[in-house]
Design a protein around this ligand. Sequence first.
Ligand code: F6P
Ligand code: MG
Length: 443
Amino acid sequence: MAAVTALPVSLSARFKGSFAYITVKDRLPQILTKVIDTLHRHKNEFFEEHGEKGVEAEKRAISFLSKLRNELQTDKPVTPLEDDLPDAALWNQYLDYQRNLSNGNGEPSWFQSPWLFIECYMYRRIHAAVTQNPPIGSFDVFKEGKAQNFFESQEAIIALCTYFQELLKNIKDLDEKQLKGELFKLLQVSLWGNKCDLSFSAGEESSQKTSPLQSLENMVPYIIVNDMEKLWSLLINAKKSNTDKCIVRVDIILDNAGFELVSDLVLTDFLLSSKLADEVHFHGKSIPWYVSDTTKNDFNWTIKQLQAANHMWMSRCGINWEGNLKKGAWVYKDHMFWTLPHIYSSMAEVAPDLYADLQKSNLLLFKGDLNYRKLTGDRKWEYTVPFHQALNKFHPAPLCSLRTLKSDTQVGLKPGQGEQIQASDPEWMISGKYGVVQFDATT
Ligand code: F6P
Ligand code: MG
């Protein structure tokens, strides 16, 4: 009988000094305060659009969020959702599950419960605060920050679109070695694009200022797990063995809007233009999430912005990308599961339709830190535990995480590797300076 290895504890703010503790104590209240401030600043807009009803709704939303912030800061119990949104029942079931887990040691609460649960719960309560107060229900409290990231990353976006359109001119003449080199470059741009995330910066601006292609070389040492060769062989073998012309499908589970989304779209266009893939499915968030995560509005807005840009290569990208969506080579989806608190090892049970859909893919690319935390269960793993083991039977298809480290959990390192980095750079797990391209084939 194979030894059943106990799963390590979940990251939690109950561990003083952990990054979870700092996040719950300082950063989550900061994010809530910024949301309240955003609503305040839009009071006139709400009045113009909706009259007194709009101002009343804004006041109710603000008092809702101020109460939430107080609950958080004073470690009150986590309360069931009382709204009628479609996922409320699943959330309340999960709250019951957490209550049973704590088996009588008090109610689930902000500092005692698993970090992943209460952080996701906070964003779901923010969503309820807005949607439950019509007529401002469709207001995205994070939209300004996401748009600001896009506009302040213009130089980087222009550099990336220009580079890519030049590459497209002779993409058919590239030999395999050159094609691999370009794939590796664009994978790294997409990886480092993940540094630009507003929940991490607690809403402070975090746009990409420099050209994303210049600094790749000297950032290679900061990629502490680098499975790009495995990605290459999966893709090139799928392309070569594609005798019966079945389509090669790649899925990208998106993370942040702004520069990171543009880097993901360029990578995707490359996969199609190089014929390494025939179809790409994007998975975004169905509600505003973790400050900068991509919603359908953000996805469509970004493509429209590029189309309308007065820069030839930006608009060329935007026009091509809208064409890919129209002809079905690109498909955008936003399943509710991605904004639930569940870790991905429970997807097959909680969202069997989504799991079955992902099983149709040749390769799943998971962007960012929150996805990594959900892939590996947000647990205090030993650094050297194999990625495959930490996935805990989550294997819908071959998958790869493109993640910059912004939380203190990491697996799949070589013996001594984590300790060595820790010695030279104590902030390595939470600075966003290090990244992984971490692959797991399905077996
Ligand atoms: O603490 C940083 C944080 O808010 C984490 O909670 C979360 O994992 C991460 O930022 C989000 O980063 P990303 O956008 O890469 O998923
Ligand atoms: Mg994010």
